[in-house]
Every structure is written in C-alpha cells, then in structure tokens.
Design a protein around this ligand. Structure first.
Ligand SMILES: *[C@@H]1O[C@H](CO)[C@@H](O)[C@H](O)[C@H]1NC(C)=O
Ligand SMILES: *[C@@H]1O[C@H](CO)[C@@H](O)[C@H](O)[C@H]1NC(C)=O
Length: 416
C-alpha cells in the first residue's frame, strides 16, 4: 500500500499546487469520520457476523446464509425470520434490504431495534432478508478468486445488476416460495432500477421501496463527491488500475487528503461532506456506523459511478474508447439502461430528501420524469424536506416519517 499511496500522493501533488500536507482528513472530533483505529473493532465484529453482532443481541432470531452468484462470488445474507414476539411461519412476506455503496447490510441495524428498519419490518410480520454485496467485509469470497488479487475487483454495478441482485432474489424466492418486497438505499436503488429496466427479476418482485434514489447524478452537490468523481474518471483509473478501493487503507487516506485540500472542499465532518446535512442522526448511532463502515468496493465501480456523474445519463461501464467498447458490447458506446422500460404496473415507493447531497432533488426529478408513464396509482412519491442521505437509514425519526409508510405500502401491495 505504501508505494501506491505515494504514487497517488505525487499525482495529486502535481495536480494541486495548493496541497497542504498538514490538512488533517482523519479528524477524530465529534465521533468524526473514518478513523483508522476503528478497523480493529470492525474486524472483531466481522468474526462474529452480522446476526451475532447486531441482531441476536437484541433477542431476535437470525440466520446466516451464503449465496453464490453465477460468476462465483459468495455473498453473505442474513434472515430475521420473525419479530421479537415470535410468530414465524410460511405466510410472512419476504423483504430484501439492499444497502448502498461503501457500506454493507449492517447499515440497516445501527439504531435501536425500535428505530431500525430491519427489526421494524420483522416486528410487523415480515420475513426480513439482508443483502451484502461482493467486496464488503462478509462477502470477500469467491470460488476461485482471491480478494488480495486485482481480478477479484474487476466489476462495477453492472455486475451487481447482472449477478448479485439476481442471485439474492433467486435465493430468497427459492427459500420462501414467495414474491419479494424490495428496499434499496442509494446504490441499492440504482441496482433495482437498472435490473427492472431490463425487465429482469420482475416475476420475483412484488414491490420496491427506493430510498435516496440514485439513477442520475449530474447535480450532485457534495463538493468532495464532485472532485472525487473528477479524479475517478481522470488519470486515477490508470494509476489504481483494477483494485480494491479500501476506504480504511493508506492509498485512500492519501487520496482523500489530497481531495480535501482542494478549494471549496470541507472535510471537517466527512459524513456530512459526502451525504449532505442530515437532520436527525443520533451521535451514538453515527459512532457505531463509523465502527462498521465504510466498506470496500472496487475502484472500477467508483469509476463507473463517476462516469454517471460526468455523463448525466445511465449507461453500462464505459471502457473509455470505441475499440474496447466494441470488444465488450459490440458497439462503440456503452449501452444505456432505459428506465422507461420498467413495467408501468410495478408498485414503487420512492422517498427522497431536500438536503440530500448525493441524491439531489434535480436528479430525482429527472428520474421521476423517466417514470412519467408509470401507472399513477402504482407510484408513491414522498419528499422529505429536511432529510439528507443518511437520515433514510439512520434517522431517529425515520420510523415515523418513512418506515411506517413503507410497511403500509408493502401491505397494500401484498396481494399483487
Ligand atoms: C475484467 O473483466 C473484463 C470483462 O468484463 C475482461 O474483459 C477483462 O479481461 C478482465 N480483466 C482482468 C484483469 O481480469
Ligand atoms: C441514541 O442512541 C442511544 C444508544 O443506542 C440511545 O440510548 C438513545 O435513546 C438514542 N437517542 C434517540 C433520540 O433515539
């Protein structure tokens, strides 16, 4: 890692003459961002697994599963089959919770059980399944590839659409024999929208709740996000190559340091810098969040997301030139995902926040415009003025403001 971080560092030193090496990124104030010392705690939790570290400790039943994708990744998934009061049985409708980028399934379990979506759903009669995509700490396994090798990290969200989400939905469908209600946050919404736009897995999905939806990203307001996106579609791709993007590693720390030194970028509180001004977070929950997240993803995935920021449209990964695109897709440009192809009668609940710096209101409006022919009674749109990106998964008011509405939405679509 050392030499790689040096390379990145030099690259940015060339790029940004204003670089100030005393600029402290890994600030520790107020339960501050991404502290390296906390890696140890996270590893301790990793050995215990999500069920043991965040679910059974609250008295809920929980089961760990391994789900194999058709390209050989082994994903970890958890099931909370019943609520605290029991009442398990075959009639409980399954729900799959899909987290966003740079985090894992733990994000659904950080508040108290009365405030966390996973437990609320279990207590309200649902059979809850929690996904963890490839590369996150419990899903760093493959039948042949080793996570220490570049080949393991040769994927983008196209592959999550093609392999991870289908494997997870197939698995839950097979285990429960029922169509599934879906909840996605952030990149978890992108995965679903892209999948449904190809009319895949629709036969296994009953409805979808999309929180902080991401499809278009060109209005993203986070200054750090914007400079990072520019770096990812620029020279950094060739510098990092195919690799793990480990937010707790040296290379990324140096990169962040460089990005944060750019004018207009305020990294005093990284969570706010990245997600917007969250209204309703509990300081202890944020601390727990930072013990568990962020998680690794592939550099190629971040490059793909950065291409979406740059291009203002939703396409497969752009290999950068006509020759390589033709080799992969048979066309000089990467194929588009056409969201208007999402079946008009698929029940969708979409909730977005006025303070969200990643899922900007203007970009959500573009998304809604692409759904303008959706059956009116099948599309429920909720706008929450005060909410930013993290409020949707960790907000102390989320139960009243969002989760109760999701439960009602799922119940009203149970008979589809
Ligand atoms: C990465 O995957 C692409 C296909 O998506 C393949 O063409 C390429 O050879 C792979 N590269 C490595 C180093 O595995
Ligand atoms: C914040 O979290 C702590 C620890 O879980 C809890 O004791 C407290 O009640 C929470 N506060 C609110 C407002 O939910």
């Amino acid at each position: 890692m050392g030499s790689l971080s040096l390379v990145i560092w030099s690259f940015f030193a060339l790029l940004c003459p204003i670089l100030n090496s005393s600029n402290e990124v890994v600030a520790s104030s107020r339960g501050g961002p991404f502290r390296l010392a906390e890696t140890e705690v996270a590893i301790g939790a990793a050995q215990a697994g999500i069920c043991a570290s965040a679910v059974t400790i609250h008295g809920y039943r929980c089961q760990e599963f391994n789900v194999r994708t058709d390209d050989g990744y082994i994903l970890s998934a958890q099931r909370i089959p019943e609520g605290l009061a029991g009442g398990g049985g075959s009639s409980r409708p399954p729900v799959l919770l899909q987290h966003g980028v740079l985090v894992d399934g733990m994000t659904w379990l950080l508040n108290s059980p009365q405030q966390s979506l996973a437990m609320i759903l279990a207590d309200r009669g649902f059979d809850v399944w929690i996904a963890n995509i490839r590369g996150t700490r419990y899903s760093r396994r493959h039948v042949t590839l080793d996570p220490s090798k570049p080949e393991f990290w040769n994927w983008t969200w196209d592959d999550l659409v093609m392999h991870d989400l289908p494997a997870l939905l197939d698995f839950v469908f097979q285990q429960t024999g029922q169509k599934i209600h879906y909840v996605g946050h952030s990149m978890g919404t992108l995965m679903a929208l892209a999948t449904f736009s190809e009319r895949k897995q629709i036969d296994k999905v009953k409805s979808a709740a999309l929180l902080s939806p991401i499809a278009f990203l060109s209005h993203m307001t986070t200054a750090l996000g914007v400079v990072a996106a520019k770096a990812f579609v620029g020279e950094i791709t060739t510098l990092f190559g195919l690799s793990e993007f480990n937010p707790k590693g040296d290379a990324v720390a140096s990169l962040l340091k460089a990005l944060c030194a750019q004018p207009g970028v305020d990294c005093y509180d990284l969570l706010t810098a990245l997600t917007g001004k969250n209204c309703c977070l509990n300081a202890s929950t944020v601390e727990l969040f930072l013990k568990n997240e962020p998680q690794s993803t592939s550099t190629k995935n971040l490059v793909h997301l950065a291409q979406t920021v740059r291009d203002g449209k939703l396409t497969k990964y752009d290999y950068g030139n006509a020759y390589f695109n033709v080799a992969h897709y048979g066309e000089s440009k990467p194929p588009s995902y056409n969201l208007a192809n999402i079946p008009n009668d698929l029940p969708i609940f979409l909730s977005y926040g006025g303070q969200d710096a990643l899922s900007d209101v203007k970009d959500v409006e573009t998304l809604l415009d692409s759904l303008k022919f959706h059956d009116v009674e099948k599309l429920h749109v909720q706008y929450i003025k005060d909410y930013a990106h993290a409020d949707f998964i960790m907000g102390v008011t989320a139960k009243d403001v969002v989760y109760n509405q999701i439960v009602e939405f799922f119940r009203s679509n149970q008979l589809n």
